[in-house]
Ligand binder design. Structure first.
Ligand code: 16G
Ligand code: MG
Length: 432
């Protein structure tokens, strides 16, 4: 390690004097403007940790669901675990070291943790799409390269199939950039469509008429519901938001496929369906046997890990490979209706109660009528409001035939929520 080079580069990522931070469960998380030195130093620390563990270390630049102007960084240990507690202390020491002490703290850590400085170091960096994240991850890279480590930034090539899980890997979404640089999100609705059409085909092949049902929430894009019902002819049911509600409903079918648009989802097979399919996998011949075997494998996979994003991915990847489908062809099954989600702050969000799987507001009086009148002004339109279960706000969802209409419907609905449900603070402004 070239300590002089580190000192020189560190001065380019100077620490604001007097700033003291603590490495917590979420790593470091504060206003993005105060984080440059922390990022550089976490690059240095990741290299030391990588040398010490002789393994790849992860660095994630994000403040997750915090406000956009915040940012954060956390290190990920070789098996994907949280950073070891003793290294959290090292992280805190290094982040708080005054400029002239950085060298000494690095040597201290290396000594205490018995780091073999001759060892190679490799770091994988991830970041979110906050405006500050690109610059801050560049500071991490600076820290890694100046201390002799290697790093990997995944680049998305046009039309390349990508997928992401959330932190606890119970949500999955696919996406790609097209040749014009437009981002395409393939959400839980399209995943449900792909999986249910494949399962339906296999059932047809083996000649079993087990009943299939797809379960969605009100957030499912209207195009997906229409496609499933009208083109694929599978029955679709809507439940309240939250995995437990979808799961419960999906248990009513021989094969229940449920996905929230946000990527939570799985496939449930009834015991009867499982027994029938396993028996057919023994009895049938040739192509039919192959189809039954395939279903059996899917059952076994989901039985082992229902609701797990990795199982979802394996099934999706198998379907795409078997059907020779590209992500673009999958995406083109139907076109999402333009939509918009907004939040409204109110004094007490429980004044809003809903029915019909959250698609209709019962209270406060007059709210649903007002929403109905607004929805009528637009084509292919739909809107609903519900109190969030995770944040102290009311959520507004609107979709319509154009982005402009969806935006303006969402805005108008948020205004009536503000007026009729006790909005607080500034009233909702148009534009996003
Ligand atoms: C929770 C739910 C998720 C739902 C979300 C809605 C589980 C495991 N998670 O994260 O399914 O989509 O809440 O959040 O059930 P909201 O009520 O704030 O819109
Ligand atoms: Mg999760």
């Amino acid at each position: 390690m070239d300590l002089d080079a580190i000192t020189k580069h560190s001065a380019l990522h100077a620490k604001p004097s007097g700033l003291i931070l603590q490495y917590g469960t979420a790593g470091f998380r504060i206003k993005a403007e105060h984080l440059d030195h922390v990022m550089f130093r976490m690059g240095l620390l990741a290299v030391l940790r990588s040398k010490q563990t002789k393994s790849t270390i992860g660095v994630m630049v994000t403040a997750s669901h915090n406000p956009e102007e915040d940012n954060g960084v956390k290190l990920v240990d070789p098996l994907g675990e949280m950073l070891a507690p003793s290294w959290e202390e090292h992280a805190t020491c290094l982040a708080n070291a005054e400029e002239q002490d950085v060298q000494r703290v690095l040597l201290d850590i290396s000594e205490k943790a018995a780091v073999d400085l001759q060892q190679d170091a490799f770091v994988v960096i991830g970041r979110d799409t906050r405006p500050s994240s690109e610059r801050l991850s560049q500071s991490v890279i600076d820290g890694i390269t100046v201390s002799g480590g290697q790093f990997h930034g995944i680049e998305m090539k046009p039309n390349e199939r990508c997928c992401s899980f959330d932190g606890d890997a119970d949500r999955i979404v696919y996406y790609y950039y097209d040749a014009d640089g437009h981002f395409h999100l393939i959400d839980g609705d399209k995943i449900a469509t792909l999986i249910s059409s494949f399962l339906k085909e296999l059932l047809l092949e083996i000649g079993e008429s087990l009943n299939i049902g797809v379960v969605q929430t009100a957030y499912a894009n209207g195009s997906s519901t229409r496609y499933l019902e009208e083109v694929m002819k599978v029955p679709v049911y809507c439940t309240k938001t939250g995995v437990k509600h979808l799961h419960h409903k999906a248990q009513e079918f021989d094969i229940g496929i449920y996905f929230e648009a946000n990527g939570h989802g799985t496939v449930l097979f009834s015991k009867t369906a499982e027994m029938k399919i396993k028996q057919l996998a023994e009895e049938l011949e040739d192509k039919k046997r192959k189809a039954a075997k395939m279903l059996e494998n899917i059952i076994d996979l989901f039985n082992q890990a229902a609701g797990d994003a990795i199982s979802d991915m394996l099934v999706i990847e198998a379907i795409l490979a078997l059907k020779g489908l590209t992500i673009q062809q999958w995406d083109a099954l139907y076109t999402d209706l333009p939509n918009r989600q907004l939040k409204v702050k109110v004094a007490d969000r429980q004044v809003i109660s809903t029915t019909d799987a959250e698609r209709k507001a019962v209270t406060p009086p007059g709210l649903q009528e007002a929403i109905d009148d607004l929805v009528k002004k637009y084509k292919l339109s739909r809107a609903f409001v519900r109190p969030s279960g995770t944040e102290d706000i009311v959520r507004v969802y609107a979709e319509a035939d154009s982005q402009e209409s969806a935006d303006s419907l969402a805005h108008e609905v948020s205004l009536v929520v503000f007026q009729l449900a006790g909005g607080v603070g500034e009233s909702p402004q148009p534009g996003f």
